[in-house]
Design a protein around this ligand. Sequence first.
Ligand code: MF3
Ligand code: CO
Length: 251
Amino acid sequence: MAVIIKSQEEIELMREAGRLLAMTHKELKKIIKPGITTMDIDKKGEEIIRSFGCIPSFLNYNGYPASICVSVNDEVVHGIPSKERYLEDGDIVSLDAGLIYKGYHSDAARTHGVGEISEEAKKLIRVTEESFFEGIKNAMPGKYLVDIARGIQKHAESNGFSVVRDLCGHGIGRNLHEDPQILNYVTFRKGTKLKEGMALAIEPMINEGDYHVAWLDDDWTVVTADGSLSAHYENTVIITKDGCEILTLEE
Ligand code: MF3
Ligand code: CO
């Protein structure tokens, strides 16, 4: 399927969808502390998104039962919020959220430390975020998706971490998932050539140990195969005339 180029009017709506999602993440960050449950995060996230008059896009997506994906420690992505799962001092927690504003989607993820976390965990969170920014240095017309992937992979691996292979980013717009698929590691394919007006959700998932992952029996939660920590960082971006605009950054 072809990659959909967004009009200025569509980009304007996606900008607002992105701004509201950034505000959602900013508010969620404030409640992260030892003793809350992953369900508390989901409930708060849904409440914030609905307070904006928006729809939480993950809720019931392919049967996913919550609004926010909450993934703790070795959970990579798609953790299911639970009222039995308490955050503890020293945990790291990834929050992935999406919303729909006037028919347009935004999608973003952040990883936070809970209380005091180890230096290694701090480094993993920082390097994951940095790898996104290394990747988007190559997000501009004329470059290819592989150029974004190269920036991400180089930064993660040069810091001793690994890039998850089995999950990827995606185009976004009227649908949460549109073409193209956006790998976070280099293959022999160059991938789609970037053009002004493309809307992309770029989302490196970086493991402390090996890149292999496994799925839990709930058929959603992805965990590292070796039990090491994993972090996730995602923004929705638009390819502009000479670079890209990040729609989901907190102010
Ligand atoms: N940000 C994730 C993605 O892009 C979350 C969607 S999975 C869902 O794939 F099912 F929970 F919605
Ligand atoms: Co996404």
